[in-house]
Structure formats: C-alpha cells, structure tokens
Design a protein. Structure first.
Length: 372
C-alpha cells in the first residue's frame, strides 16, 4: 500500500471520484480531515475487508493465538484501520485537483491463462467418441470455466503478502517495574503449497477432459454413403462436422443461383455454349409528319392546318436473347443432391458418435512431474 494522502473535506468533495479511483487502482488511501482533525479514511474495499478480518481474528484469539472464552466485559476491538500511517504527504494549499498516474488497472478476478466461458457444468458423457468430443463441448467449456475461476482465486491469494505472513512476539521490560505488554501473534492464513495443490487438482480435471475429447475425435470415424455407395470412407468426426457446415453454406449458395426466364423458350446453342431463345421478328417504324387541313384558305384567312405524325414501317428487327443462367430444373437437381449429401453426412456423424472411448488420465502425469 502506498503512502496516504491528507486532504480536507472540501478538497475531497471536489474530486471524490479521483479519490476512489486512487484508492482502488493505485492502493493509495486518502485521510480526510475536518477543521484540522483527521476524521475518516478512504481505502480499497479489499484492503478494508482484510483489515477487518485481522481485527476479528485478534479479538477472537487470545495472547497465545488460541481461542479464549469470552469475558463479561471484553476489551474494545482494535481499529480496523490498523496502526497509524507511517508518513503522509499533503497537497499544497488550494490544490483541488491532482494528476492521476495512468497505469493498467489491476486484474480483479481475471488471470490470463485460459479464455472462454461456460454455461454447462455437467459431467461429460464418455460413452460415445463424437458425443464426448462434440456434443460434450459444453461440458468442456464448463470445466474450463471452473478451472479459470480456481486459478483466479489462487492468483488473488498469492498476490496478497499479508495472507502468507505470520508473526509471534512477546515483550519483556528492561526493569521489573516497567510496562507490561501482552504478546502479539498473527497466524499464516494461506500456504503456497496448498494453493499449488488446488491449482493442480483443478487443471488435472481440465487436462483429462480435453484429452478424452481429442482422443475420441481421433477414434470416431464413419463412411459417408450416398445411394448405397461409399462416397468417402473412414472419415473422422471432426471432418464430418466440417462437411456438415460447408454443405449448409453450399445449399444456400445453390438455392440463390440465377435461373432462366420461364416466360421464354430456351435452347442450348452449341456454338457459344449459351442458352438462347427462338428468333422473334419485329417491325421498325419511323414517324413521318402529315398535314391535316381543318379549314381551307379564304380571301381573308389562311388555311388552318394541323401537323400529326404517322408510324410508317421502314424495316424489320430479328431478336435472339442469350443467357448464362441455369434452367430451373438443373438448379432443383443440384439442390436435391446437396440435401441428399447433407443427410448422408449427418447419418455418418451420428454413427461416429457411437464409438466407444475410454477416459484419458493425462493430468496426473503432467502435474505429478511438475509439482511432486
């Protein structure tokens, strides 16, 4: 824990959020004064809980470190804040803000060994290879999440030196008439060997379940059979899962292939390898202006003439349409083949899931070598 900072209540009120962040991230407590008198202190909640446990243990244990019977008038418990702080630093008068050192936040509940969460904490089913490896993936995630929680807890323990330390001391005055002080003792709350055993037990379970899944994936195999013919033989279950996913995407691709217009009659042109329609002959016309006399000319008025346009045939168009799309019949046949292969792969995967496997014991050998 860093040295505490002393500030008045008015100064703290101006940047309370910074004071809390400083206590949590930098482990720097802030002593609050009012009218020059120290009234309260802001510390990290974990540090407060640790000090409170120490105070409760000191109240419950006697001078020898063993539980004692409660007395009618027990002495007042020691302050949860412990002894006075050794040194303090004070900000200059009138300073309401202070520069916060930017550093990476402490890892609270996270230890970067494994990633991933889990929703299924059930025991795995090791009767089927594919089932233990694929359908039991939720169990593997559950074991991985449990191991991660155990490692985080172990990491939190060993990062607190106060839990690993203990002390026992007695006081003897120089003179017989000198002040008599009771002995003091603090017991060791965490042992590193116990933490190693807990981590080893948790990771052993994870290593065994993962090894069982990987061994099962190597043993679980089946043939992909379509119309009584083995299209692909002795396929591992991991590749069957890959095939199942890829065929699902291929089915969506084939379903969206462009098809020929059903309103036209199409035939395959061998010279271009395109689909074409029968020739259609249409007339090309041209608008020719014509005069329509509505009133003849007189001595006093000119003739009234209206101009209009008449479509006059001047030639013929012969049109043949070409297309690179596929006939709807061919697209439906492709979809039927893809769906038939999907069913065959699904049946092969279910057959591979029935492969008998045995539990693998790898963790004991690994951690027996590491920690024994």
């Amino acid at each position: 824990m860093s040295e505490p900072v002393i500030e008045s209540m008015a100064e703290v009120r101006g940047h309370l959020a910074d004071v809390i962040d400083c206590a949590r991230r930098e482990e720097t407590p802030t002593i609050i004064t009012r009218r020059g008198k120290q009234e309260a202190v802001v510390i990290d909640i974990e540090e407060y809980q640790r000090l409170r446990r120490i105070a409760e243990d000191a109240e419950r244990l006697g001078p020898t470190g063993w539980p004692t019977k409660p007395s009618p008038s027990p002495p007042s418990p020691p302050s949860p804040l412990g002894p006075p702080w050794p040194q303090v630093r004070r900000h200059p008068p009138g300073s309401r803000t202070r520069k916060m050192r930017r550093r990476a936040p402490r890892s609270r509940g996270r230890f970067p060994l494994f990633e991933g969460g889990a929703r299924d904490q059930a025991e795995p089913d090791h009767r089927g290879g594919g089932r233990a490896a694929h359908a039991g993936a939720g169990c593997l995630e559950g074991v991985r999440s449990k191991s991660l929680q155990d490692i985080n807890a172990a990491h939190a323990k060993v990062q607190k030196p106060a839990l690993l330390a203990g002390i026992s001391r007695t006081y003897q005055p120089k003179d017989e008439e000198g002040e008599q002080l009771p002995p003091e003792s603090t017991r060791v709350q965490v042992q590193a060997e116990d933490v190693l055993r807990e981590v080893s037990a948790s990771l052993t379970r994870l290593f065994d379940v993962t090894a069982t899944k990987d061994w099962a994936n190597c043993l679980a195999r089946a043939d992909v059979t379509v119309d009584g013919r083995a299209l692909v033989a002795d396929v591992p279950v991991s590749y069957l899962l890959f095939l199942e996913k890829q065929l699902a995407e291929l089915h969506g691709f084939v379903k969206k292939l462009p098809t020929l217009d059903a309103a036209e009659s199409w035939s395959l042109d061998p010279s271009t390898d395109w689909w074409k329609t029968d020739p259609v002959r249409t007339i090309r016309t041209k608008k020719v202006p014509r005069n329509h006399v509505e009133a003849e000319a007189t001595e006093k008025h000119p003739a009234q003439v209206e101009v209009y346009y008449e479509d006059v045939p001047i030639g013929y168009w012969t049109t043949v349409k070409f297309s690179g799309a596929l006939p709807a019949r061919l697209v439906n046949e492709l979809l039927e083949r893809v769906e038939k292969l999907q069913q065959a792969v699904k049946f092969a995967r279910e057959e591979a899931n029935g492969t008998e496997v045995t539990d693998q014991r790898v963790g004991d050998a690994v951690f027996g070598y590491l920690f024994d």
